[in-house]
Ligand binder design. Structure first.
Ligand SMILES: Nc1ncnc2c1ncn2[C@@H]1O[C@H](COP(=O)(O)OP(=O)(O)OP(=O)(O)O)[C@@H](O)[C@H]1O
Length: 224
């Protein structure tokens, strides 16, 4: 197997709340190959979001090793982690977190400009991604002028804008009705596959998870 795009070893995370300690992740290990799409299943409160936050280099307080695209994140300082996140990762959340005052196309352009793309190339790529997702006639709409499914498509385009090696998605269709969730997920998978990206997708939905390449389950703090 080629080198994993994500290699997690013995990841541990505990929270202390009101004098009570909860060991949420108790030694999670997971390798994701380039281009592989992995569904992360587990009941509510099992730690799916906690795991994605760790892998997304968004939170400290973890023990263990996280290697992304060959780089061990714990050896980096804050600036290094920010660069690794920007260069290698894309994110899709349950609620889209789009910038409300910017149009659909600008929401997809901005991360590219931050990444160093020039404006014409960023515009072209944003328009191309959104058109692929069926939003060619919604480019200048703001998020509030889009349906929930459309907003989530913009979030998908934004996550893929910088061609990340790994997309992290936390209940990416959890906020949509069943039919819309199916369509948006199918489009998400098609785009991720088309780009050769890998993905780790947290979901409660077994039916959607079955469309991915592999399923892993968080149970009592470890992956089964
Ligand atoms: N900042 C925090 N402080 C204290 N406890 C926390 C914190 N964040 C998460 N937890 C606890 O960690 C556990 C796992 O939470 P997490 O959000 O990762 O679960 P999840 O599997 O994503 O759940 P869901 O499917 O409901 O989104 C929960 O019991 C939660 O209460």
């Amino acid at each position: 197997m080629s080198e994993p795009v994500l290699d997690v070893r013995d990841l541990r995370r505990s929270f202390e709340q009101g004098g009570v300690r909860i060991d949420v992740l108790r030694g999670v290990s997971l390798a994701v190959a380039p281009g592989e799409i992995v569904a992360l299943l587990g009941p509510s409160g099992s730690g799916k979001s906690t795991l994605l936050q760790a892998v997304g280099l968004l939170e400290g307080g973890f023990e263990g090793v996280i290697r992304i695209a060959g780089t061990e994140a714990s050896r980096l300082d804050d600036g290094g982690r920010t660069r690794l996140r920007r260069d290698a990762l894309g994110f899709v959340y349950q609620f889209h977190h789009l910038l409300p005052d910017f149009s659909a196309v600008e929401n997809v352009v901005l991360p590219q400009l931050i990444h160093g793309a020039d404006r014409p190339a960023a515009n072209a790529r944003a328009a191309d991604l959104l058109t692929t997702l069926g939003l060619g006639n919604r480019l200048t709409h703001r998020p509030s002028q889009l349906s929930g499914g459309e907003q989530q498509r913009v979030a998908v385009a934004r996550a893929l804008a910088n061609r990340p090696a790994l997309v992290l998605a936390d209940e990416p269709t959890g906020n949509l009705d069943e039919a819309t969730a199916d369509v948006v997920l199918a489009e998400f998978l098609r785009l991720v596959r088309g780009q050769g990206a890998a993905a780790l997708v947290a979901t409660h939905n077994e039916r959607l998870a079955a469309k991915m390449d592999r399923l892993v389950r968080l149970h009592e703090g470890v992956l089964a």
